[in-house]
Design a protein. Structure first.
Length: 481
C-alpha cells in the first residue's frame, strides 16, 4: 500500500505539498489541504494491478478540482499505480511528505523495489509497515513486522539503502518467514517459527561492519539470528561497528546456545564501546554462557542494560555475575527473571555484590525461586541493600515469598532511602506479611510504587493498606492490588 498524504495525525498540521491521486492514478489538487483524504496504492487479490483504492470503506473524498485535461473515466484505459518515475516528477524537492509503505499481505517484489527507490528519492519519507511515522527531515525507522515472502536479494537492496540513508532504527520483530533459494540446505528445525531466515540476516551483519552504517537500534528478537553460525558472524560485525547502541537478540536460538556462541558475542562486547543495551533473553545460555558474558562485561564502560532472562542460569552463573557487579561501573539494569535455578544460593551470591555495587538501578529477580526454600537468599539480599543508595527498582514477583521473607524486606524498607519501586506480585503475602510491610513503611518516605497483584489479600489486608495510604500520600496512588 503506497499512501501519500499531508500528515493528518493528532496534534499535527499538514505539511505543504500535499498530493492525492484519482482513481486512474493521476495527480489531483484539493481546494484545501484539510479536505483531502489519503488514497492507497494497494496490490491484493482483488486489485492485482496496484490500482489506487480508498484508504477505508465508506470514506468520501472532499471537493476537488479536476484536471481540465482529464478525459472522462469511461474513455480512459486502466493503468497501473504511479511508477517511481512519475512520482519522482510529482514530488517537490525538500518538502516533507508522509509515505506509508505497507507490506501487509501479498505483493510483488517489484513493489518492494519501488518502495526502496522511493525511500531514496522522497525527502523526509518514512519507510514503515502498519503505521505512519511522521518526520519532516529524516528517514529514521524501518519496521518489517508482518512482512511477506521475499527473496534474499530484496534484503540486500534494503541494507544498501540503510547504508545510503539516515535510517537509525531497524525492527525485525514479528517478521514473517522469508524463503530464499538456498533454503533447501537449511535443516528443518531451523525453519520453525515466524522469522527472518539466517541468510538474510547474514547480509545485515555484513552491513553492520561498514563504518558508514548509521544504524543505532536493531531489534532482531524472534528471528533466526543464532542459526548456522549467526552469532559468530554478528560478533565479528559488532567488533567493527561503532554506531549501534541497542541490540535485541531475545529468543533468537532454536536450540540451546553453546558456550562458544556466547564467547563469540562476549568477545565482541569486550571490544565494543558504543553498545548500551544488550538483550539476550530466552536463549538458554546456561551458567557457562552467562559466565562468558559476565567476564566480558566486567570492565565494559558503555553497556547500561543487560537482559539475560529465561536462560537457565544457576549458582555458577550468579557467581560470575557477582564478580562482574563488584567491578562494573556502567551497568544500570540487570534482568535475570525466570532463571528458576538461581534459588537461595544464587540470590546470596548476588547479594554479596549488591553491598558493594554503586551503579545498578534496576534488578529483576522475578520467578527465580529466590525465596522458595529457606528464605536465606531474600534475607541476604535485604541485608545487603540496607546500605545501598543507588538501586531504585527491585522485582521479586513469583518467588513464593511469605511472612518470613517479608519481615526481612520490611526491615530493608525502614532503612533504605533509594528504592522507589518494589514488586511483590504473585507471592504468598497475607495479613501477617502486610502488617510487617506497613510497619517497615511507617518510616519510609521514598517508596512510590508497591505491586501486590495476585497475592491472597483479605479484606483486613485492604484495611491495613488503606490506613497506611492516608499517612503516606506519596504512596497512596502507587499501591497496586
Amino acid at each position: 500500500m503506497f499512501m501519500m498524504n499531508g500528515g493528518q495525525m493528532a496534534g499535527m498540521q499538514p505539511p505543504p505539498g500535499m498530493m492525492i491521486f484519482n482513481q486512474q492514478g493521476m495527480p489531483m489538487q484539493a481546494m484545501h489541504p484539510m479536505q483531502m483524504h489519503p488514497m492507497n496504492f494497494q496490490t491484493n487479490q482483488n486489485n492485482p494491478n496496484g490500482m489506487p483504492l480508498m484508504a477505508a470503506q465508506g470514506i468520501q473524498m472532499g471537493p476537488m478540482m479536476q484536471d481540465h485535461r482529464q478525459e472522462p473515466m469511461r474513455k480512459r484505459r486502466r493503468r497501473r499505480g504511479p511508477a517511481v518515475t512519475s512520482l519522482r516528477a510529482l514530488i517537490r524537492p525538500r518538502k516533507a511528505y508522509n509515505l506509508v509503505l505497507d507490506f501487509a499481505g501479498p505483493f510483488r517484489t517489484s513493489k518492494l523495489n519501488e518502495a526502496i527507490e522511493l525511500v531514496r528519492i522522497v525527502p523526509g519519507a518514512q519507510f514503515a509497515s502498519h503505521f505512519l511515522v511522521s518526520d519532516a527531515s529524516l528517514v529514521t525507522n524501518v519496521k518489517f513486522g508482518g512482512l511477506g515472502l521475499l527473496r534474499g536479494s530484496c534484503f540486500a537492496d534494503i541494507f544498501r539503502v540503510i547504508n545510503r540513508t539516515k535510517i537509525r532504527k531497524l525492527d525485525l520483530d514479528d517478521t514473517q518467514t522469508i524463503e530464499l533459494s538456498a533454503l533447501a540446505s537449511i535443516p528443518e528445525n531451523a525453519r520453525k517459527g515466524n522469522t527472518i531466515r539466517a541468510e538474510a540476516l547474514g547480509q545485515l551483519w555484513s552491513a553492520l561492519k561498514s563504518s558508514a552504517c548509521p544504524l543505532e537500534e536493531l531489534n532482531a528478537g524472534g528471528t533466526d539470528a543464532g542459526a548456522n553460525g549467526g552469532y559468530r558472524s554478528l560478533g565479528a560485525a559488532l567488533t567493527l561497528n561503532t554506531s549501534l547502541h541497542t541490540l535485541n537478540l531475545d529468543d533468537t536460538s532454536d536450540e540451546n546456545t553453546t558456550a562458544q556462541d556466547c564467547r563469540e558475542l562476549a568477545n565482541a562486547l569486550r571490544r565494543n564501546s558504543s553498545l548500551k543495551h544488550f538483550l539476550f533473553g530466552g536463549n538458554r545460555v546456561g551458567s557457562a554462557g552467562c559466565s562468558a558474558f559476565a567476564e566480558a562485561i566486567q570492565f565494559n564502560t558503555s553497556l547500561s542494560t543487560l537482559n539475560l532472562e529465561a536462560n537457565g542460569i544457576g549458582e555458577e552463573g550468579c557467581a560470575a555475575l557477582s564478580d562482574m557487579l563488584r567491578f562494573n561501573s556502567a551497568l544500570r539494569k540487570l534482568n535475570l527473571a525466570r532463571n528458576t535455578l538461581i534459588g537461595d544460593a544464587g540470590c546470596r551470591l548476588l547479594a554479596g555484590a549488591m553491598s558493594a555495587n554503586e551503579t545498578l538501578e534496576e534488578l529483576d529477580l522475578e520467578q527465580t525461586n529466590a525465596g522458595a526454600s529457606t528464605g536465606a537468599g531474600i534475607h541476604a539480599l535485604s541485608t545487603a541493600l540496607r546500605s545501598n543508595t543507588t538501586l531504585k527498582t527491585l522485582n521479586l514477583a513469583e518467588n513464593d515469598l511469605g511472612a518470613s521473607s517479608v519481615i526481612h524486606l520490611s526491615k530493608l524498607l525502614s532503612l533504605n532511602s533509594s528504592i522507589t519501586t518494589l514488586v511483590l506480585a504473585r507471592n504468598r503475602i497475607g495479613i501477617k506479611a502486610i502488617r510487617q510491610l506497613v510497619l517497615g513503611l511507617s518510616t519510609n518516605t521514598t517508596l512510590k510504587r508497591l505491586d501486590l497483584v495476585g497475592n491472597p489479600l483479605t479484606p483486613e489486608c485492604h484495611q491495613e493498606l488503606e490506613a497506611m495510604s492516608r499517612t503516606h500520600p506519596e504512596l497512596a496512588q502507587g499501591i497496586i492490588l
